[in-house]
Ligand binder design. Structure first.
Ligand SMILES: [Zn+2]
Length: 561
C-alpha cells in the first residue's frame, strides 16, 4: 500500500514538474496528448512540422487556409485543451452546424480524452456533448447554424473550424464573445472555397505565410507549390505512370524524396510573403507537404480535373488548399453592361390591364429590393415557361422597411403586375397581408435545400397567401443565367447596386450528406454570396412569378386592381 502511494506521489510530482515547463502549446501537446491511428503514441510534429507554429501563434488573429489531411484540426483541438489547462481560460469551438458540433465533440474531443489519461482527469464532467468543464473553465462546442446559442458565452479563445461553411453573420456573433476580454484570440481554419470569401478573404489581409525549408541538395530556402514543384508523369487519371511523378526543388531541380520529407521539412519555418504590419497571421498549407499523400496520387487527381468541374474545384480546395472559381461561375459586370438597352426606368406604363405580362419580385430586409420585369414571348417557344419568354427589367427599387409594403402596392397598380413573389422572411405576416390584399396575384416564397428541380410546391393557397417553396440553386441559375444566354435586358439607368448584387452570386459546389443516414457526401451545385445579394433574389422572384402569372392578353380585363 505504502509502495503504491509513493509511486503515486512520485508520479504527481513528476507530472507537476513537467507541467511547469510546458509553457508552449506545442510542448504541452507532445507531453499531454496521446494519439490513435494512423500515428499512434504521443502527439508528434514529425509528419506535420508546419503545425508547431500553428500551436504557438498567439497573435490576436490567426487563420489557416488548409488542404485536407494536413493535421490542422488537431492543432485546433490542442489549442483548445492548452487554453483550458495552462492558461485557465474559456474556449468557444465553433463548427458549421449543431450536428457537426455534436459529431465532432464525440468523435474528436471524446477520442482525445479517451486516449489521453492526463486530459481525461482534467475534465470534471465529459458527458454533456456541447459543453465540457475543467474545474474552473469551460469548453463550449457549438454549431454556427441551428440552435447555436453563440450569444451568451464570453470567452478568450475563439476557434472556428471550417470557416467557409459557417454563415458570416454567425461568425460576427461568435466574435462578439471575445469583446471585453483582456486576452483574446481568434483562430480560424478552413478548406478554402471561393476567392475573396471566408478564409481566403482573411488570408488576403494577413501576413500570407508559406512553409519554407532548406532544399537537401542545394540548401536554398524553397516551398512546395503546384505546379512548379511537381514533375508530372502520365496523361490521364488512371495512367499507371502517374506514380512515377515526383517533387523537385524549384531552385536546383533535384528530386525531393517523399520518404525523406520528415527530414527536410523538420527545420521548416513559416515565412511571411507580404510585409503586412498585420494583427492577422495567415498560414497556407497544401497537400504537397503531406507525408501520406504521394505525388502520384496528387497528379492522378489533377489529371482527373479536366473531366469535371466538381473535380477541379475539389483539387484546388482540398488538395492545394486554394480557393477556386470555375469559368462562368459568376455574372460579370461586363455581361450586365451588354444587357443594357436604350430605355429608362421611367418608360411608359401599361395603358390597360393584361396588355403586358409584368411581374414583380421583392426581397425583404432592412432595405427591401424590388425588381419589376416584363416578359416578352419568343418565337418557337417550347413547353418550358422560362424558355418561352425573354426578360425585360423595367425597374429596380430599394425601400426602407417602413415603406416597402405601401410602395410595393403602388408598384403593383402602376405596372398592372399580374403576379408578385415576395420572400417570406423576416416579416412573414406583413408579406401574407400583402398577398391577401392582392388575392390571386401574389405569393410568399421560401428557398428549400439543394435538390435541383424546377418544381414549385405551393401550399396554403386557400389562405389567400400561398407559400411557394422553390429550389434555390435552380431558380437563381435560371434567372441569373439569362445574362449569359442574352435573354435579359436592363434599363440604362439601372442602379449600381443591381449590378453589384447580381455579380456577388457565385455558382459553385458543396459536398453534403443529402440525408442524415447517408455515409457518403455528394457534390451539389450551390450559390454562394460574396456580399449583398438582394437584387439578385428579387430578380429571381420575378422569374418565379412568371410561372404563377395568370394567362393574359387574350381577354381585356380592364384594370385588375
Ligand atoms: Zn535545391
Amino acid at each position: 500500500m505504502r509502495h503504491k502511494l509513493e509511486i503515486l506521489l512520485a508520479k504527481t510530482i513528476a507530472s507537476g514538474l513537467t507541467g511547469h515547463r510546458l509553457t508552449s502549446c506545442s510542448k504541452w501537446a507532445e507531453e499531454r496528448r496521446m494519439m490513435g491511428e494512423p500515428f499512434p503514441g504521443p502527439y508528434s510534429f514529425k509528419f506535420f512540422p508546419w503545425n508547431r507554429e500553428l500551436h504557438n501563434s498567439w497573435s490576436p488573429y490567426s487563420v489557416c487556409m488548409k488542404s485536407a489531411q494536413a493535421g490542422v484540426t488537431e492543432s485546433a483541438i490542442n489549442r483548445a485543451f492548452f487554453t483550458l489547462d495552462k492558461l485557465k481560460r474559456d474556449v468557444l469551438y465553433v463548427l458549421p452546424t449543431a450536428l457537426a458540433a455534436s459529431d465532432f465533440s464525440k468523435s474528436r474531443f471524446g477520442a482525445a480524452l479517451e486516449l489521453s489519461p492526463y486530459l481525461k482527469q482534467l475534465f470534471v464532467d465529459t458527458n454533456a456533448v456541447n459543453i465540457k468543464r475543467t474545474g474552473a473553465n469551460t469548453l463550449y462546442i457549438r454549431g454556427a447554424r441551428g440552435r447555436s446559442n453563440l450569444k451568451s458565452v464570453p470567452v478568450s479563445e475563439l476557434i472556428i473550424d471550417e470557416l467557409d461553411e459557417c454563415e458570416p453573420d454567425k461568425i460576427k456573433l461568435a466574435m462578439e464573445r471575445l469583446s471585453g476580454q483582456i486576452h483574446k484570440h481568434f483562430w480560424a481554419i478552413s478548406t478554402p472555397t471561393i476567392p475573396e470569401f471566408g478564409v481566403h478573404k482573411w488570408y488576403l489581409d494577413s501576413t500570407q505565410e508559406k512553409f519554407c525549408f532548406a532544399c537537401p541538395s542545394c540548401g536554398k530556402q524553397i516551398e512546395l507549390k503546384w505546379p512548379e514543384s511537381v514533375v508530372i508523369v502520365g496523361d490521364r487519371a488512371a495512367d499507371p505512370r502517374c506514380k512515377e511523378s515526383y517533387y523537385k526543388c524549384t531552385e536546383c531541380g533535384a528530386k525531393l524524396n517523399q520518404e525523406d520529407k520528415p527530414n527536410f521539412l523538420k527545420s521548416g519555418i513559416w515565412v511571411p510573403t507580404v510585409a503586412a504590419n498585420s494583427d492577422i497571421r495567415g498560414f497556407h498549407i497544401n497537400q504537397l507537404y503531406s507525408f501520406t499523400i504521394t505525388p502520384g496520387e496528387l497528379v492522378s487527381d489533377y489529371l482527373g480535373t479536366f473531366s469535371s468541374e466538381v473535380n477541379a474545384k475539389e483539387f484546388h480546395n482540398s488538395k492545394l488548399g486554394l480557393p477556386y472559381i470555375g469559368s462562368g461561375a459568376r455574372i460579370t459586370p461586363d455581361l450586365i453592361d451588354q444587357a443594357v438597352r436604350d430605355y429608362s426606368m421611367g418608360s411608359a406604363r401599361p395603358r390597360r390591364a393584361g396588355e403586358r405580362l409584368i411581374t414583380i419580385g421583392a426581397d425583404q430586409g432592412k432595405l427591401g429590393t424590388v425588381v419589376v420585369a416584363e416578359w416578352l414571348p419568343v418565337r418557337n417557344a417550347g413547353k418550358d415557361i422560362s424558355a418561352s419568354f425573354d426578360c425585360k427589367v423595367l425597374a429596380v427599387h430599394r425601400f426602407g422597411d417602413e415603406e416597402i409594403w405601401d410602395r410595393l402596392g403602388e408598384l403593383m397598380i402602376e405596372w398592372q403586375a399580374l403576379y408578385a413573389v415576395i420572400d417570406a422572411d423576416p416579416e412573414l405576416n406583413l408579406a401574407r397581408a400583402f398577398c391577401k390584399k392582392f388575392d390571386g396575384h401574389a405569393a410568399v416564397t421560401r428557398y428549400r435545400g439543394v435538390k435541383a428541380t424546377k418544381e414549385i410546391s405551393e401550399t396554403e393557397r386557400e389562405t389567400g397567401a400561398p407559400m411557394l417553396t422553390v429550389d434555390r440553386t435552380f431558380w437563381l441559375s435560371t434567372a441569373l443565367g439569362r445574362f449569359k444566354t442574352k435573354r435579359i435586358i436592363v434599363p440604362k439607368d439601372t442602379p449600381d447596386y443591381f449590378r453589384e448584387h447580381v455579380c456577388n452570386m457565385v455558382h459553385t459546389y458543396k459536398r453534403i450528406k443529402e440525408d442524415k443516414r447517408d455515409t457518403e457526401e455528394t457534390a451539389v451545385a450551390v450559390y454562394v454570396s460574396l456580399g449583398e445579394d438582394h437584387a439578385a433574389h428579387a430578380l429571381t422572384y420575378a422569374e418565379i412569378a412568371l410561372h404563377r402569372a395568370p394567362s393574359f392578353g387574350s381577354h381585356s380585363l380592364g384594370k385588375i386592381f
